[in-house]
Design a protein around this ligand. Sequence first.
Ligand SMILES: C[S@@+](CC[C@H](N)C(=O)[O-])C[C@H]1O[C@@H](n2cnc3c(N)ncnc32)[C@H](O)[C@@H]1O
Length: 299
Amino acid sequence: MCVMERDQEFWDWIEGIPYELAFWNNTYRWNTSFDGLMHWSRIGKTIQLAGFDASAFLAGFDRPVVLDVGCGMSYAFGNQVETSDGMHPLEIHYIDPLASFYNKIKERYHRDMPDIEFGMMENLSITHFDKGAKLIIISNALDHSSNPIRGILDALNVLDVGGCLYLNHHPNEAEAEHYKGFHRYNICTNEAHQMVVWNREKRIIVDDIIAPFATMETKTMDNGFIVNVIIKKSELEHYPQEANKEAYVHKLMALLEVSQCPSYTLKMKMKYAWYNTIQFFVQMLPYKYKQRLRSLIYR
Ligand SMILES: C[S@@+](CC[C@H](N)C(=O)[O-])C[C@H]1O[C@@H](n2cnc3c(N)ncnc32)[C@H](O)[C@@H]1O
């Protein structure tokens, strides 16, 4: 029998892993879906973020460090910066909790892409504290985490003063995805144009939480995506670094426990096999058919 005090949010999050892995495994397996992804990706090009001039922002720093947190395997934003004297490579770190799985997927299908580093947004201070980050990007990942508010606070803790935390997400993703997989939280804006993180149990206004040490601009883009540009104004006073370390150790212990529990690993393997079979066929399809299929399912 497997016994452990549970951080239920994190255990729920673990349940989302098989779907995410099956998705990327089959996106990288098929040339149709991989080429489609690479067509959209900006790897080798200038950094570009919807609703924020990242090139202009980064041009003011010498060899700026950028963290793409919850990067998945999309390499979406570009790794060069353009200044008056030409193009310069950025020091960009691709970070994801599923890094070790993603690096194996790259190898399996012989896709020559940059390595991904292990890290979780809620505990970024533990893995990436001294990087001197000027820009942290969390795109389509904040609402996939087990605790988005801790994710925002810990990313701000890691960021240099004057740096930018850039968030981009679909509105109310958990509602749209019926709280399946990693989709446990919704993000939206209220009438006062504030950022709201909510689910069936809680509703939190982010502007109030970060106001003492950061400013935030929230925009809704033409495609409906929500962008938050957060500039860090000062260090986070009394940041609970020790509690954060403790939470991190608890997560590692939970993962260790999962790996030692045969019934749980069997359940996860079966889930993965199921999603992997579905994604095997879905990712074979050209993009427009995938979109049609998606709208049929979630009609
Ligand atoms: C939909 S993908 C987004 C990929 C990429 N950022 C993009 O915009 O295309 C979501 C990613 O968030 C990652 N993720 C989930 N929980 C996370 C956490 N707590 N910290 C960082 N990343 C997380 C998942 O592993 C997954 O790779």
